[in-house]
Design a protein around this ligand. Sequence first.
Ligand code: C5P
Length: 223
Amino acid sequence: RGPLVIAVDGPSGSGKSSTSRAVAQRLGLRYLDTGAMYRAVTWWMLEAGVDVHDADAVAARCAEPELVSGTDPGAPTIHVDGHDVGAAIRTGAVTGAVSPVSTVPAVRARLLDLQRAEIAAASAAGGIVVEGRDIGSVVAPDADLKVYLTADAGARAVRRAAEEGGAGEEAVAAVRASLLARDEIDSGRATAPLTMPDGAVHLDTTPYTLEEVVDRLVALVGR
Ligand code: C5P
């Protein structure tokens, strides 16, 4: 029984974060939110006044921010240059800019190194649940369990709008459009696109509660 690595991928709002954190807590593993890392780089670019649609400009500066991910599933954190940006990376400005920044190969290469270092560091703690878009395909292709979570766009929008405090029809429609726009960029990019990894278990979470999805994944791990 070596360290356990669980890769959780899927489109925006499919329930990856809540599921991954709960699975990590149940199994006593670390937790890494790679989306938060892409958001943190994006937040830094916006603060620095870099044009996020200028891939060369983003590539030229992406080594500058110092990123530190806290991997406790009970209270994951993300710091940029010593500042806690956990709340700042969830604003609409960052959400709207993160997919273009994530298409830049130099950004991906840098975060890939950091993500692999976290996975290696977590082996002393029994292992890690890593969530993102390219975990099973690129970051951890040898993961012990790969999961691909999806849900109806409507269900995803309702969940995400509720998290953001808006349950009205207009709020849900706006969130739905934003999720679908990100999915399209994330799936269509050349480097490490969102895709169902080889060997992944596909679970459509639409009809299930969080608890049911977590039980299912813990059962799949079988330890
Ligand atoms: O998971 P979350 O919605 O926070 O991810 C934000 C964005 O970060 C995604 O829409 C995607 O553009 C990017 N991302 C990525 N690869 C990952 C994780 C996130 O490109 N492994």
